[in-house]
Design a protein around this ligand. Structure first.
Ligand code: SF4
Length: 180
C-alpha cells in the first residue's frame, strides 16, 4: 500500500522478465509434482492413488487462481511487471482493479485457502511411512519438506518479495506460520 510507506521502508521496485517469473514459480511446480507423487505412491500407484494425486494438482492450480482472483486485484503490482511471479498480469484478465487499502485484509482472509497444500502431503506421507516404511516415500517427503518449507519461502523472501515496498507490512513476510 503505497500511501502507508514512509521513506525508511522504501525499496526500489524492479521489473521481472518471464524467465524470472518462471524461477519464482518453480518451487510451486515442484511442490505440486512431489505432493501428488506422495499421494499416488502412498496408495501404491493404484487408481485411487492417481485420482488423489490428480486432485492435489487440481487443488494447487485452483489455489493459484484463487489468489489471482481474490488477492491480486488489491495489490499495487496488479497489471505491472513488478509482480515477481506474474500473477498480477493474469489477474488483469480476470478481475478489475480493486482498493489497494484492502490488500492485507484480503491477503489474511484468502491465504488459509491454500495452507492445506503444505500440510496434506506431510501428514499423508508421515502416515504412510508409519504404517508401511518405504524408502522412496521418505525421500519424497524430505524433498517436499525442503522445497516447500525452506526453498520456497527463501526464494520468496530473498528474491521475489525482497524488492517489494510492502514487505514490512505484508503478513506473508511478517507472520506467516509456514515460513516462520
Ligand atoms: S505481488 Fe503477489 S499479490 Fe501482488 S500481484 Fe503479484 S502475486 Fe498478486
Amino acid at each position: 500500500m503505497t500511501q502507508d510507506i514512509d521513506c525508511k521502508k522504501y525499496r526500489p521496485e524492479q521489473e521481472y522478465t518471464h524467465a524470472q517469473e518462471l524461477i519464482d514459480n518453480l518451487p510451486y511446480i515442484v511442490m505440486a509434482i512431489v505432493g501428488s507423487s506422495i499421494l499416488a505412491l502412498g496408495f501404491g500407484f493404484s487408481f485411487l492413488g492417481w485420482i488423489l494425486g490428480g486432485l492435489y494438482i487440481i487443488y494447487v492450480m485452483a489455489g493459484t487462481f484463487w489468489i489471482i482472483i481474490f488477492v491480486c486485484p488489491y495489490c499495487q503490482y496488479y497489471d505491472t511487471r513488478a509482480c515477481p511471479c506474474g500473477y498480477g498480469q493474469i489477474a488483469v484478465k480476470l478481475r478489475p482493479k480493486s482498493d489497494e487499502n484492502r490488500f492485507m485484509e484480503k491477503f489474511n482472509k484468502h491465504i488459509p485457502v491454500i495452507v492445506p497444500l503444505w500440510i496434506i502431503p506431510i501428514i499423508a506421507g508421515a502416515y504412510f511411512l508409519v504404517i508401511d516404511f518405504n524408502l522412496l516415500m521418505l525421500i519424497l517427503l524430505i524433498i517436499f519438506g525442503l522445497n516447500s518449507f525452506i526453498v520456497l519461502p527463501f526464494l520468496s523472501r530473498k528474491y521475489g518479495c525482497a524488492h517489494c515496498p510492502q514487505k514490512d507490512d505484508c503478513p506473508w513476510m511478517g507472520k506467516n506460520p509456514l515460513i516462520g
